[in-house]
Design a protein. Structure first.
Length: 715
């Protein structure tokens, strides 16, 4: 993270010229205040860009914004894209670290954006940040945060209880009670009127769901963000004045759009049956309120209008977009983008083990699934309840040995296997298919007993309907190891890069200084990084390096020099490994040990401090550590086993050095020459490891397996 983070403020404008101009004025005033005064931290908002997406306004908005604010970026969409698609268009035009979504009918209170960004810098674990909103009269507007809808909250709405008992935690739970948004608090939903997020995280989550036209998209995005591991939070020191609905106009039409957003949200988050019940409750609630308006002879007929328009909004978007706004959604106009899906077709439902819950330990799965469009696929972490209660298209296992055989208690392993495959058998009655990404041909450690492992293999191989491997060699190796897979469809989906998962922005010199260990600027640093397990051969690496260092010290050789340091960074799996590493390291002062768990920031700093990452595996099929090192623009030395030769072909021999057999001092000599004599540029070409393409390949594999009969089994 840089000391002064850059922020793009995204404003979606539609015929709200005067309000948008006032909003932009308040944003630029905030930036000006920030850099004229104040302490060095929080960081001032000097690096601020305003991006306005104009949704085909006819009030001269675009021209006047350009005239009044020449520094603002104005994107003329030429049509009304709605909020979600407008936001996505604006974020795509940003090159800043953060994007801040801001409604055009808001005014920023001085100091608020600075407070919001400063909080985000100091508290990166939350990931999605909202603020406090006030009405023009100064009263608190609770719409900056909401609770998620539940069957109970919708029942309370249908019976009028949420209106009779406003702000009641029991009868109006979505309002979050009488909380004034005046304290830091995690919330289910941060609304899009004021929302801050890192740009790379926004993209990793998949952006706004462009099926939504207006309302509900921020609730769906917040739900997806939480599945991704974010913790939406309200920052009370960030305050805006919000003319709620000032950009929407007629209240009856606005509330119909709100109901269309709610109906779409329910269909995205809930099972079909539950969603149908929820939509019925929404209609009942509008009927009760419309009848009340008639009964009290109210001049406002907002809810009566909503009730009369129920046929237009109850199916949700994209149908409601045409019915309420008179325009055809891109979901109807772009068959290539939306795969020519039939009217009312739902996304593929995938229960993945894991999907998003492991994003902090290993971002691989979260990056893969976030790169998939929510229009095409609904991916969630495996839930046995959902597996039983709703139709699931794909169950996708990644490391089944970890899922079923981890832990010392054998009865738990047996229970996990019995429970999962029993539930899968029931789900198969509705057409569920099982897919397995073969990350490794066999487990890195022997888990459980031979009998349980044999049972596990029979269950897995007898039920899998398709396999994915990260390389073509991986497919061949899987079928060679398990002949039962010969008749099972196989697909290649490469391991994606980690460039947007970590902050690799620090220089080598800054990284070495920040780590607080002995790493001279002119030293060549060889690095072994990540959790240390036996198959990674780290004690052998330390021993070879230490012995070679003694030899080099005794008499310099032509291809080596005394300025080499070996750094071992990561937590050993057990005390035996730790003791072996420490014992080998004691023979050389040129070995630096950091044998502790590495948080993301320190992991990235170690990679940037290194000159090369050395991975002398004794056995491996694929290596996320190798891809991680390349993502940090660091060359890799790795054993020529599994898919490592294929990785070298993908990225180039300038960046991936492979060796046969065990690591030796001669190999390290060759590495020294390779590092010295190779002109490799600043960054490797990782286009072959781009997540959007990998996600598309995975989705194609899902569709192929779902649309095909189950493969025959060998006797």
């Amino acid at each position: 993270m840089t000391a002064r983070p850059s922020v793009s403020v995204i404003i979606v404008n539609y015929n709200t010229r005067d309000q948008t101009l006032e909003c932009i004025e308040s944003v630029y005033a905030e930036a000006g205040t920030s850099f004229r005064s104040g302490p060095p931290f929080p960081p001032p908002l000097e690096n601020l860009t305003v991006i306005v997406v104009d949704n085909g306004s006819v009030d001269g908005s675009a021209a006047l914004i350009r005239e009044r604010f020449p520094a603002a970026v104005v994107i003329e969409a030429g049509e009304n894209l709605g909020f979600a698609r407008g936001v996505n268009r604006g974020v795509a035009a940003s090159a800043d670290e953060y994007v801040l979504l801001l409604n055009p009918d808001t005014v920023v209170i001085p100091g608020s954006l600075r407070a919001l960004v400063s909080f985000a810098v100091r508290n990166p674990a939350y990931g999605l940040y909202g603020g406090r909103t006030l009405r023009p009269d100064g009263s608190v507007d609770p719409s900056s945060a909401w609770g998620e809808p539940t069957l109970w909250s919708l029942t309370s709405f249908a019976l009028g209880l949420s209106t009779l008992f406003k702000r009641s935690l029991l009868f109006d739970p979505e309002s979050l009670g009488d909380w004034k948004r005046d304290s830091v608090r995690e919330v289910p939903i941060v609304t899009g009127c004021l929302a801050l997020i890192r740009r790379d995280t926004f993209s990793a989550i998949g952006g706004m769901d462009d099926r939504f036209f207006l309302y509900g998209e921020d609730a769906e995005f917040s739900a997806r963000a939480r599945r991704f591991g974010l913790r939406p939070v309200i920052v009370p020191s960030a305050v805006i004045v919000h003319d709620v609905g000032g950009s929407t106009g007629d209240p009856g039409r606005k509330m119909s759009l709100v109901m269309a957003g709610k109906a779409t949200l329910l269909r995205r988050l809930w099972t079909p049956g539950r969603a149908r019940v929820g939509v019925v409750l929404l209609q009942l609630g509008s009927l009760v309120r419309g009848a009340l308006e008639i009964g009290i002879r109210s001049r406002k007929r907002t809810w009566l209008t909503v009730w009369r328009a129920r046929a237009a909004w109850r199916t949700g978007y994209p149908d409601a977009e045409a019915a309420l706004f008179g325009r055809t959604s891109p979901a109807r106009r772009d068959p290539d983008r939306h795969h020519d899906r039939k009217r009312g077709a739902r996304p593929l439902r995938v229960e993945a083990e894991p999907a998003f819950r492991t994003r902090h330990a290993n971002p691989y799965n979260a990056r893969l699934y976030s790169a998939m469009s929510p229009i095409d696929v609904d991916v969630r972490d495996l839930s046995y309840v959902r597996l039983l209660l709703r139709r699931t298209d794909i169950v996708h296992l990644h490391w089944p040995d970890l899922t079923f055989l981890s832990g010392p208690r054998r009865w738990r392993q047996v229970a996990r296997l019995a429970l999962f495959f029993s539930f899968l058998r029931v789900a198969r009655l509705r057409g569920t298919r099982l897919m397995w990404t073969v990350h490794n041909i066999s487990s890195h450690e022997n888990r459980s007993t031979p009998g349980i492992r044999a049972w596990y293999s029979r269950l897995l191989l007898g039920n899998v309907d398709g396999i994915l491997a990260l390389t073509t060699d991986g497919v061949s190796a899987a079928r060679a190891a398990y002949p039962e897979l010969d008749s099972v469809p196989a697909f290649v989906t490469p391991h994606g890069d980690y460039r947007d998962s970590y902050d690799f922005g620090v220089s080598k010199a800054q990284a070495r200084s920040a780590l607080g260990v002995r790493l001279p600027e002119d030293a060549t640093v060889l690095l072994s990084i990540g959790q240390i397990r036996s198959y990674k051969n780290v004690p052998h690496l330390v021993d070879v390096f230490a012995r070679r260092a003694v030899r080099v010290a005794a008499g310099p050789e032509p291809d080596t020099g005394p300025g080499e340091i070996l750094a071992i960074a990561g937590k050993p799996a057990d005390g035996v490994l730790r003791d072996a590493i420490v014992a080998s390291a004691s023979h050389s002062d040129a070995v630096v040990l950091d044998l502790a768990f590495l948080a993301d920031e320190r992991l990235a700093t170690w990679l940037r401090a290194a000159d090369v990452v050395v991975l002398p595996y004794s056995r491996i099929q694929n290596s996320g550590s190798a891809v991680l090192a390349l993502s940090a623009d660091r060359p890799v030395v790795v054993s020529a086993i599994g898919a490592m030769t294929e990785l070298q072909q993908q990225v180039g021999a300038d960046w991936v050095f492979t060796f046969d057999g065990e690591l030796t001092a001669d190999v390290l000599d060759d590495v020294a020459v390779w590092l010295r004599d190779t002109d490799r540029g600043e960054s490797p070409d990782l286009s072959a490891l781009a997540w959007p393409a990998i996600a598309a390949q995975t989705l194609a594999a899902y569709r192929a397996v779902v649309g095909a009969p189950r493969p025959p089994r060998k006797d």
